[in-house]
Design a protein around this ligand. Sequence first.
Ligand code: ADP
Ligand code: MG
Length: 242
Amino acid sequence: MSFLRIQNAVKQFGGLRAVDDVTFSLQRGETVGLLGPNGSGKTTLINLVSGALPATSGVVSLDGQRLTGLRRDKIARAGVARTFQLVRILPSLTLTENVKIAAVFGRNAHWGTAADQVAQDALAKVGLLDRAKLPASELTYIDQKRLELARALAAEPDVLLLDEWLAGLNPTELAEGVALIRQLQGGGLTILMVEHIIDAVRALCPRVVVMNSGKLIADGPTDGVLSDPAVVAAYLGEETDA
Ligand code: ADP
Ligand code: MG
């Protein structure tokens, strides 16, 4: 049974089809890598799923519930959380405050001390609990990324959308980041992750889908897809005649 279904998704920006008739589904608990060269439409697709942008056409549904057309806060309530390619933390607020907002507006609409507890748990999961009372502006880049993830987790999602969450980390941080995502797997969480770092994709994603110029050009087990000549050609910027 498909859990997250993306059916014939289209997003048109003027004359550009940034997402061009994309269809694929995720099973509950699956982690799928979303790959493709720069400008291929990955972030736009994430935006359609999270409700950050309205779709031109097509349908996204979660466990049979139609998400397309819902406001983004309703989509968060339905169980979808995401991180942003460029982190969007609130620098003047403390870590706890940053994360608590997500607990309030997330799946279970926590309030008061319950929201504090969920925020604490999320900060603990990403290793930031000891700095909970600091303003977010004092964090290093990796820790800002951790905070972004904590915010997504505090929404207690069923579906987590990661947009290049591992980008820009040094090798040690990357290993920590991969280990952190691995800890999130297996608890029933469904993860769709945009990622360019192939070692991380191989480590975390048994299956990948690949976009090129808005279109889905591959969907299958990671090793097979990564050796598919059409996928290799897309990454090399060559013409694909598909
Ligand atoms: P990716 O994440 O794969 O690098 P994006 O989804 O960010 O790609 O962008 C896909 C295409 O859509 C690009 O050509 C980009 O310039 C264009 N695009 C993205 N967002 C907008 C927008 N808000 N308005 C107009 N064009 C956009
Ligand atoms: Mg992007």
